[in-house]
Design a protein. Structure first.
Length: 192
């Protein structure tokens, strides 16, 4: 679903606290049943911010989707009437959805500030189409190479290129340090 170009009148963003692991079910339920419950004029968008992370286990690269805000789903909706009172129909529909613990803020939740929702959306946009390594590395850190022609050699990280997901590593070959470029998933941290 694409984000609405302009927010409908009275629409505000709220954070929902969900049971752990139930975030996708909450999002799907609300999107699926809001029309059946005649709530299209109250509920506009449901947001579950995620990113793709990659890691290597047993020599195989795998990717999975990780939630940016585990335990939370964000919803754009009209919750209050013109007098500032909670409207029962959308309130109970969302609050009673399977997997929802409740609105962040309790019985009179405060809407998220526009700067907060803008930051959430920019994090989603930044993560779209990119794989983020599950492990973050630092320059100068010692790593072991787990894939490719330099398998099982140790090296030191000289440069990190997060946009390309590459590391420049100095590896000692025949007593000389040689720079090699590897992907994040081709190395692992050396644990003491």
């Amino acid at each position: 679903m694409s984000a609405p170009i302009s927010a409908p009148p009275g629409a505000q963003w709220f954070a929902l606290h969900t049971l752990s692991g139930q975030e996708p079910k909450v999002k799907t339920y609300i999107e699926k049943f809001k029309a059946a419950e005649e709530l299209d004029d109250f509920i506009f968008e449901v947001l579950l911010p995620t990113e793709t992370v990659s890691e290597v286990k047993a020599g195989k690269k795998s990717s999975k989707v990780r939630k940016l805000y585990p335990g939370y789903v964000f919803i754009s909706m009209r919750l209050y009437d013109e007098n500032g009172l909670v409207m029962n129909k959308p309130w109970y529909f969302v609050k009673e959805a399977a997997g929802v613990i409740g609105f962040v803020g309790g019985d009179h939740p405060a809407a998220l500030r526009q700067t907060e929702i803008d930051e959430i959306k920019s994090r989603i946009e930044a993560a779209t189409g990119k794989e983020v390594p599950k492990v973050q590395y630092e320059i100068g850190e010692e790593v072991k190479i787990t894939d490719g022609p330099f398998l099982n050699l140790n090296g030191r990280i000289d440069e990190i290129d997060p946009t390309r997901g590459k590391l420049k590593i100095s590896v000692s070959i025949f007593g000389r340090f040689t720079p090699v470029e590897l992907e994040y998933w081709q190395v692992q941290r050396i644990t003491d």
